[in-house]
Design a protein around this ligand. Structure first.
Ligand code: ADP
Ligand code: MG
Length: 618
């Protein structure tokens, strides 16, 4: 209903300009700075870091809706400054004279007043060379004066009933689990960049006991590189085993960090972390730089894991382009690009041998056709040789195929008469003749040739099959002989278990298995042999990528598509002629099989007449 006191309901010709109250101004600012409880946690931790704290203790109740409490042992706030601290545009971090020389995480003087306008804020603090502590309270914009408090050192900020007076904001919050996850991720990100600060995070419900979610001691220089120590603590040893350290300095810009081997990839960019002068940023420039540095070492749609720290003179960057300070502008993007790309590429080139052994072993076995079976000394070779068997490809290709022999880079031509289906030439996709580059099937049709991208095609077939089974409520799953235990980060586990029922409906049974692991008992039969770890990681990444709640249908489609990528016919799988033909026949009867799940074509046709024209015969 239009409200008569609302200027918007008055025609523009009669509207006059009025000043907004301080409370309204702060609430508007809060809309930008405090999107969700995790943003308040971020601002409060940043304040503690700016105060040189070495211990930061975070407590949240009801995912931060009821209480966010951040305690630190930093320098504290002088009692005379407490009132200013909760006032808008009041800050101790920059002055009018040094607006462009920002060395702290905060500088806008907006966080505390914003919190005071959308919740009940208490700031309790003891200035480092004072023998007494004081506190100040702001409740929905109303200031309660400064009074003495009991506190040994540092600052404790408590924010209660966040957004309770702004129901529109409350409505945009996600489930407690999702909000707690966002808080967890904020703490972890800040902890990456500040290894010498110890952190703890406790979380609880209104009635339940507080539980420890995270705890990290300050990393000490005497135990090694603090950054390396902290990352190992956050990501477990898997991180260091699969990443390469890089370091470079050019014209005052220094980068260092750890970049993943090209095989250590995720399907979302959530495992890419960038910090500039200690500030965690989400920036297209860096996402692009990483893509550029890896080039075709990783396939499109895959993102290498990376943690990058950059230090540069503050006059080279502008951090004041977004209220949440997660974006940044560089004066010389060219320089940034040069330093970063060369640092990563050199590191990858230097450590390239770490990926090389398995790849070159596979190549050697492939380039020696007809080698006796018994020379298959290592598992990689054995694995490759089985690549062509029907057993490995599961139910997708049920032709009575023979296992492929070790091959050169292509399958030698077979006469049409020698293949299982002599009428194959008449089929729209023709008779398979050979496989080239271990991913492309060349087939002969009645009047031309067809090239099939086997990976793209198989992915689509698996996707359609899974969809059909899912919608029919009849998942065709295969029990694993030995249930597989997969270690994942807690965030990923939570995301997966949130959709446990849906996954079960797809034939994928995942259960909690102690802390930090899940147990897989059944997988969709159509997948054949898969790496459960890669499969689950990709699904979890996909679930995390869509920030807002999505309709289940869309979400499950994404999961199905992710699962389909893990079907065992991928590029690199050697197929026998029979298997290739089975794939072609299946494509002919499967809807949408002309495009892969990402919209690329799965096959291309060249008519004989076109070929003749190209050779000038016509
Ligand atoms: P900003 O961080 O942009 O300056 P805030 O609203 O977050 O703005 O904080 C206002 C001021 O309050 C800070 O500039 C700082 O002087 C003081 N302050 C806030 N939190 C702390 C803390 N944990 N320890 C010491 N000082 C703090
Ligand atoms: Mg701040």
């Amino acid at each position: 209903m239009p409200n008569s006191s609302n200027p918007a309901s008055v025609p523009p010709t009669e509207r006059r300009i009025g000043r907004l109250s301080e409370v309204s101004i702060n609430q508007i600012a809060a809309g930008e700075v405090l999107e969700r409880p995790a943003s308040a946690v971020k601002e409060l931790i940043e304040n503690a870091i700016d105060a040189d704290a070495t211990r930061i203790e975070i407590t949240v109740v009801n995912a931060g809706r009821n209480l966010i409490r951040v305690a630190d042992n930093g320098c504290g706030i002088a009692s005379d400054d407490l009132k200013l601290a909760v006032e808008r545009h009041a800050t101790s971090k920059i002055s009018d004279a040094n607006l462009n020389d920002i060395r702290t995480l905060g500088f806008r003087g907006e966080a505390l007043p914003s919190m005071g306008s959308v919740g009940q804020l208490t700031v309790k603090s003891r200035w480092h060379d004072s023998d007494r502590a004081f506190q100040i309270e702001v409740d929905s914009g109303n200031l309660v004066g400064v009074r003495p408090a009991a506190l040994r050192e540092g600052t404790i900020v408590e924010l209660r009933q966040l957004f309770s007076k702004t129901p529109a904001r409350l409505k945009f919050l996600r489930s407690n689990k999702a909000e707690t996850r966002a808080i967890n991720s904020v703490v972890r990100t800040l902890a990456m960049a500040t290894p010498k600060v110890g952190y703890s995070l406790h979380s609880g419900s209104e009635t339940g006991r507080l539980q420890r979610v995270l705890s990290m001691p300050p990393e000490s220089e005497s135990d090694g590189d603090p950054f390396r120590l902290r990352l190992t603590r956050l990501f477990k040893s898997e991180f260091l085993e699969n990443t390469v350290a890089f370091e470079r300095e050019l014209s005052g810009v220094a980068v260092r960090g750890f970049c993943g081997l090209p095989t250590y990839v995720r399907s979302a960019t959530s495992a890419q972390h960038f910090f500039v002068n200690g500030r965690g940023i989400r920036d297209r420039l860096f996402l692009g730089l990483v893509r550029g540095a890896y080039g075709d070492l990783v396939s499109s749609g895959k993102h290498p894991v990376i943690v990058l720290f950059m230090e540069c003179p503050s006059e080279m960057i502008d951090v004041n382009v977004h209220p949440a300070k997660t974006e940044i502008r560089f004066r010389e993007p060219g320089l940034i690009r040069a330093v970063t790309i060369s640092a990563i590429q050199d590191a990858l080139a230097r450590e390239g041998h770490r990926t090389a052994p398995s790849v070159s072993r596979a190549m050697t076995s492939r380039l020696a056709p007809g080698r006796p079976e018994s020379t298959a000394a290592n598992p990689d070779q054995a694995d490759q040789r089985e690549g062509g068997s029907t057993g490995r490809h599961g139910s997708l290709l049920d032709a009575d195929a023979t296992a492929a022999k070790p091959l050169g880079s292509f399958e030698p031509a077979a006469e049409p008469g020698s293949v299982a289906d002599p009428k194959a030439l008449e089929h729209p996709l023709g008779a398979a003749r050979m496989q080239v580059h271990r991913n492309y099937i060349v087939s002969q049709t009645a009047d031309g040739i067809v090239l099939v991208d086997q990976h793209a095609a198989a992915e689509r077939l698996v996707f359609e099959e899974l969809k059909k089974a899912y919608h029919a409520g009849k998942p065709d799953s295969r029990a694993l002989l030995v249930p597989e235990v997969v270690e994942l980060e807690q965030n990923d586990i939570d995301r997966l278990l949130e959709v446990k029922e849906e996954l079960a409906a797809l034939g994928l049974t995942v259960d909690r298995f102690g802390p930090g692991a899940v147990c897989v008992r059944q997988i969709p039969a159509i997948l054949g042999e898969v790496s459960c770890k890669d499969l689950l990681q990709d699904i979890a990444d996909g679930l995390g990528a869509g920030e807002r709640v999505r309709v289940l249908e869309k979400r499950m489609n994404d999961v199905l598509s992710t699962i389909a990528c893990h079907g065992s016919i991928r590029s690199g799988s050697v197929l026998s002629v029979n298997e290739m033909n089975a794939l072609l026949r299946k494509m002919e009867v499967t809807p949408h099989s002309g495009q892969c799940n990402h919209g690329r074509p799965t096959w291309l046709e060249l008519k004989l007449s076109d070929i003749e024209r190209m050779f000038g015969r016509r």
